[in-house]
Write a protein that binds this ligand. Structure first.
Ligand SMILES: [Zn+2]
Length: 146
């Protein structure tokens, strides 16, 4: 192989590797999420649709979920450990939060109310099950407008 040809093959291999490593880890939506996604779609009056791949995946410790996107794909990854121990309200809010990142390209809306709970479901930190239950109606109303 000539030096030039070797270089072309080398760059093609690197490009292929980058392309493949940027693809989602799993395609489709894990059926585990369906009932919560139905709720999110309903609460948002159909504004938040289930467009990306949604699966359990490896995340940095302390991260509950993430929307990863580039020009080729979009995926939501959910922390399985946290999911296992979370309530119905936590799950709906987490999926709505990540869908809003992916679908509406909104970053975070931070701020706490006087009881220490997040003002918005787009807060960067989940303030816990008690807050999610106590202010669920507030967060559902917000989903309609987002
Ligand atoms: Zn977020």
């Amino acid at each position: 192989m000539t030096r030039r040809r070797f270089r072309i093959v080398f760059y093609l291999a690197i490009s292929l590797f980058i392309l493949l490593s940027a693809m989602p880890s799993k395609k489709g939506i894990d059926p585990e999420f369906n009932i919560y996604l139905d709720a999110v779609e309903e609460f948002s009056n159909g504004n938040l649709k289930r467009i990306p791949n949604i699966n359990f995946g490896r995340l940095e410790s302390g991260t509950l979920g993430a929307c990863n996107s580039n020009i080729l794909y979009e995926e939501i990854l959910i922390n399985k450990n946290h999911w296992t121990y979370s309530s119905y309200h936590d799950r709906v809010i987490l999926l709505a939060h990540e869908l809003t990142h992916c679908y509406k390209k909104i970053i975070h809306v931070n701020g706490l109310m006087s009881d220490g709970c997040a003002y918005s479901y787009m807060n960067s930190h989940d303030e816990g099950s008690n807050c999610n239950k106590r202010h669920f109606k507030r967060y559902i109303n917000e989903m309609q407008e987002i």
